[in-house]
Design a binder for this molecule. Structure first.
Ligand code: SF4
Length: 361
């Protein structure tokens, strides 16, 4: 029998281990990846686009946010770490998570536990992850940080149900958990991992300082709109009005923009609040009936649902209420359907009191 004496076989150098880090764009995933990278592991990042991501989108539309930095935080994080980032659009497959979360929702319509399982699973299931010899997965989870998905009892559920099992390492709270394969095998040194727990962000800020990271994203309530109470209310209203739980990407984009007013169950208005939103909503004129004020400056309004002539008149009066002619006797509006056919009508604007509080979604 001949013996293989190729250089690979004779080398005693330890194999270069590779990890895939789930990069949300927030501080925790940045730190988790950095901690592992510091131990000489080759790290690459994955960022999942769900459609509910906060960053950039509303800031890019609204003028009042024009001074806020418009950047893709996950790309920024990857740049800080000097790692390759793979951005994957999972918005279609993600629908099932939002609509039918096996483990239920958090405080709002955030299916965090199912979401985490799904994302880790996606990362693991990735053909290239195995093809390229990735050894384990890193997330920035911290025990107790989020009430639902980041409890000590739920950590093993995510590991098990995602299929990643003990190849899922949470460097920021690893010392509070059972040692994972990368720790047991000595690929990473458990002593140099952390034991963060609880809602306080202080240890993270200190670690960020130690690594010299400044200017990282700290989105209130997380990185996704599903944790936002107002947004979740609008999504619940959409399902309720439709009589079924379903959505398209455009639906969830539009929930991020404008005032949503539902005067009757069968339809709602999406009224732009400023120029940037006007421009954004204009892009939807071929999909929705729209109203814009002609006699006075005013918002662009989209009508979503089923409506008759009386409903259109009601909608026109509400739209007029948000125009420069709100105190005028009559406001002229142009109503245009999605095919481009339009007509003009004069309506008395509704008073502020008549636009009932409960109509505001
Ligand atoms: S906040 Fe959103 S993206 Fe993050 S785990 Fe929860 S549902 Fe998923």
């Amino acid at each position: 029998m001949t013996q293989d004496i190729s250089p690979q076989n004779t080398s005693n150098a330890p194999k270069q281990r590779k990890a895939v880090a789930l990069i949300s764009g927030g501080l925790d995933s940045l730190l988790a990846a950095k901690v592992v990278q510091e131990q000489g592991i080759h790290v690459e990042g994955i960022n999942f686009y769900t459609g509910f991501c906060v960053e950039g989108h509303t800031h890019a539309i609204r003028k009042k946010d024009k001074d806020k930095q418009k950047r893709n935080n996950s790309l920024w994080v990857a740049e800080q770490l000097g790692i390759k980032l793979h951005i994957i659009d999972i918005s279609e497959e993600y629908k099932d998570i939002v609509l039918n979360p096996k483990h239920g929702y958090g405080a709002n319509l955030n299916p965090c536990l199912d979401c985490k399982i799904f994302m880790v699973n996606q990362a693991q299931a990735w053909a290239w992850a195995e093809e390229n010899g990735f050894d384990f997965i890193i997330t920035g989870e911290v025990i107790g940080q989020r009430p639902k998905s980041q409890r000590k009892e739920t950590m093993p559920i995510i590991a098990r149900e995602s299929g990643a099992d003990d190849r899922l390492l949470r460097p920021l709270c690893a010392k509070n958990l059972i040692p994972t394969l990368p720790e047991r095998e000595g690929w990473v040194n458990r002593d140099e991992l952390y034991d963060f727990s609880g809602r306080s962000r202080k240890p993270q800020f200190e670690l960020a300082k130690k690594f010299g990271f400044e200017d990282f994203a700290q989105p209130a309530g997380g990185c996704c709109f599903l944790t936002d109470a107002n947004y979740s209310k609008k999504l619940a209203d959409l399902w309720d009005a439709r009589g079924e739980r379903r959505y398209e990407l455009d639906d969830i984009m539009l929930l991020k923009v404008g005032r949503h007013i539902r005067p009757k169950k069968n339809f709602k208005l999406i009224v732009s609040r400023e120029e940037g939103e006007n421009n954004f909503l204009r892009g939807y004129k071929k999909q929705f009936t729209s109203i814009h004020t002609v006699s006075h400056g005013g918002p662009l309004t989209l009508l979503d649902g089923e409506f008759d002539k009386d409903d259109i008149r009601l909608a026109a009066q509400i739209a007029a209420r948000y125009s420069g002619g709100k105190n005028a006797d009559q406001v002229t509006v142009q109503v245009e359907n999605y095919k481009g056919t339009s007509f003009v009508m004069d309506v008395p604007p509704m008073t502020a009191e008549d636009v009932k509080q409960e109509w505001h979604v």
